[in-house]
Design a protein around this ligand. Sequence first.
Ligand code: FAD
Length: 345
Amino acid sequence: MGFKVKVRNVNQTIDVETGESILEAAILAGIDYPCGCQSGNCGACKSELVSGEVEMSPYSDFALLDEERDQGLVLACRAVPWGDCEIGWLEPDEVVAHARRILTCRVTKLIDETHDVRRVQLDIEDGGPFDFSAGQYASVTFGDLPARDFSMANRPGVEPLEFHVRHIDGGLVSRYVAETLKVGDTVRVEGPFGISYLRETHGGPIVAVAGSTGLAPVLSIVETALCKGLRQPILTYFGVRDERDLYLVAHLEKLASLHKNLRLETVLSEPTDATDRRTGLISSAIASDFSRTNALDGAKAYVAGPPAMVEATMEVLQSRGMRRQDCHADAFYTEAEKAAVEAAK
Ligand SMILES: Cc1cc2nc3c(=O)[nH]c(=O)nc-3n(C[C@H](O)[C@H](O)[C@H](O)COP(=O)(O)OP(=O)(O)OC[C@H]3O[C@@H](n4cnc5c(N)ncnc54)[C@H](O)[C@@H]3O)c2cc1C
């Protein structure tokens, strides 16, 4: 017993078993349906329900807002049909289609940037080439541990492949990276994933916002934009708790001195000492820099880092006139946070 679901983008009708999500059935049917986390957290499979009804299993508000739901949007990974339906995934404003790869990599360099952030540089030994767009992430497996998502910090096409990993208290994988990982180790990388990537044809201002290791995708986006010769203003906010949590600031400042369209704002939320830097929440800094309600109409944002910071920033950006479709974000949910979001629903 199941239902017929027409997937508009490929004009194909698939059978979806009772209790099965549309995304699961589509993948089984060989459709290359856009998707990311497959657990209702990232929004990569956001789709328009053209007709019919579905039941939605738990998902995060970040992935699908209530008003989007009211407008008939669903997440294909969470959507279980109640009857025959028609669905269509949203075409991104600039589609990127990179082959998903499983890479065998070797650690070539480990750089301790702060007391808890380690840059991991890798050479790709097998499974490449690894094409991705600046801002995307990969599912990375260290040793025998479970895979975790980490964003690429390097520019696409430029080796080494680099991830920034912050050691989280009680964190299984980040602790391993901080304490056990060594040069020469093998690492499995699967990807790319994610839809918060640089739109290279967009000509409006760019607001790039990084909280902590959210700097990884933001760095990739900013450097790519500069290398491609994008000339619009690029305003980069880098927020951390305290001075000791900042890293690669000298590198960013050097880029800003070489490229007149790049501006950098560092923001400390909990400084222990007196500081010349801006203080407070990154979202408040943006709110005070753009006081008019339509100041960000036509701009695009790329936001990455802790979920609370991402949500607060998205709210501020939209309150300043940035259109929802111009706000691109990756919230760094941990597995426990993903589980908590599900349990709370
Ligand atoms: C799209 C995306 C991109 C990301 N990119 C990056 C990146 O570039 N850099 C980066 O540093 N991180 C990134 N992350 C976060 C990263 O994937 C990991 O979640 C993070 O490194 C923590 O993993 P861990 O195994 O160390 O922690 P985990 O073992 O998953 O634990 C995380 C926290 O949850 C707590 N915990 C564990 N189990 C439970 C439980 N059962 N109940 C309650 N609490 C529990 C732990 O004590 C710890 O505080 C990204 C996440 C996403 C979704």
